[in-house]
Write a new protein. Structure first.
Length: 347
């Protein structure tokens, strides 16, 4: 499935996830083939994007950072533990030790030079938490950090946004640059609230605690809550990985596409974020995830079907002529080998 802007719907797309009202009632169920006259209704609800089925799925071989079924299990475990902590009078979070160790082992088992497909998506707190943890441990592995440091990084990442559970300000897919000062103050409290919520968790290493407090700080000293320029590598890793996944998932900022997120992170390389960490992160993330439809410099259109070892040069299939209303595929191109062909734009 893929995310699609409501404004770009042309009719005929099939919903991969239901469209919900603010009260989580199903307005349009998944599996529905969208009609053009649905668009004004969807837009009237303030919905900017929807998840639709990928028509080229049979041609594609994505590299998930971990098996999607295992990823989903981690998300549900994180959800259960955080909700148990909130609703059962501060129940211990020590079970996060197990998840942290399991994630470190999962990343250690990955092929070292694999390029992973991470798409822009509608994310919640728990999915974002797991993805930031996976990316941060992946970077730590590339930096050749030892197992103890990777474990402490995983713990800090798994707990970094627990403070969001204690605020009432809306933070999903939101631009805070023009927020009401009172709401902005409420939102920025989540780092301190999260840090404070872990006071009784004596099993958490001091560096993991500092990651929770400082994941919105940066090298330029313009972050929050204390505008600190953290020297600790663990803090710098989560700052970069959290910022990247937030951009493509709409957590605490407006969601943008993967290509724009990569460019934005690069723009802040050496400014807000550590150069070495950004290079490690982006060397593992596909610029054009599998399923991305593109136009080449030869004016041909196609879809990314798999990755090479170069994150900017995937393998694409060029669209052929339509047959019985279906787009046919032909001419598989490896852009890492064919230097005469390049991606001109995403369509």
């Amino acid at each position: 499935m893929r995310i699609k802007a409501v404004s770009s719907l042309v009719g005929g797309e099939v919903l991969a996830e239901p469209i919900l009202t603010e009260k989580n009632d199903i307005l349009i169920p998944n599996g529905t083939k969208l009609k053009t006259d649905y668009v004004p209704l969807i837009e009237s609800l303030g919905i900017e994007s929807v998840m639709v089925e990928d028509p080229y799925e049979n041609y594609e071989s994505p590299n998930s950072i971990i098996d999607p079924a295992i990823f989903s299990k981690y998300v549900e475990k994180v959800r259960r533990l955080m909700e148990s902590h909130i609703y059962h009078d501060g129940k211990s979070l020590k079970e996060f030790e197990i998840i942290a160790n399991d994630i470190v082992h999962d990343i250690n088992d990955m092929p070292y030079d694999v390029i992973v497909d991470i798409k822009e998506r509608n994310s919640d707190l728990y999915e974002h938490t797991v993805m930031v943890t996976l990316l941060s441990v992946l970077v730590a592995r590339k930096l050749k950090l030892d197992e103890k440091r990777k474990y402490n990084i995983a713990v800090g990442c798994l707990l970094h946004d627990i403070g969001l559970r204690f605020i009432v300000t809306r933070y999903k897919n939101r631009d805070f640059s023009n927020a009401d000062p009172a709401e902005l103050f409420e939102y920025k409290k989540h780092t301190i609230l999260g840090y404070s919520a872990l006071d009784e968790e004596s099993w958490i290493a001091p560096i993991s605690m500092k990651m929770v407090l400082s994941h919105h700080e940066n090298l330029a000293g313009t972050g929050f809550p204390m505008k600190q320029k953290n020297k600790e590598l663990e803090c710098r890793i989560i700052q970069a990985c959290d910022a990247f996944d937030s951009l493509i998932s709409g957590m605490e900022c407006k969601r943008i596409c993967v290509q724009d997120a990569i460019n934005k992170i690069k723009e802040n390389e050496g400014g807000e974020f550590d150069n070495k960490i950004i290079k490690c992160l982006l060397s593992s993330v596909a610029k054009y995830p599998v399923g991305t439809t593109v136009k080449t410099n030869a004016e041909e259109e196609g879809v990314v079907v798999s990755q090479t070892v170069d994150p900017e040069n995937p393998i694409i299939m060029i669209f052929g002529n339509e047959n019985n209303g279906k787009v046919m595929m032909h001419n598989r191109l490896n852009l890492m080998l064919d230097k005469n062909i390049s991606i001109l734009q995403v369509i």
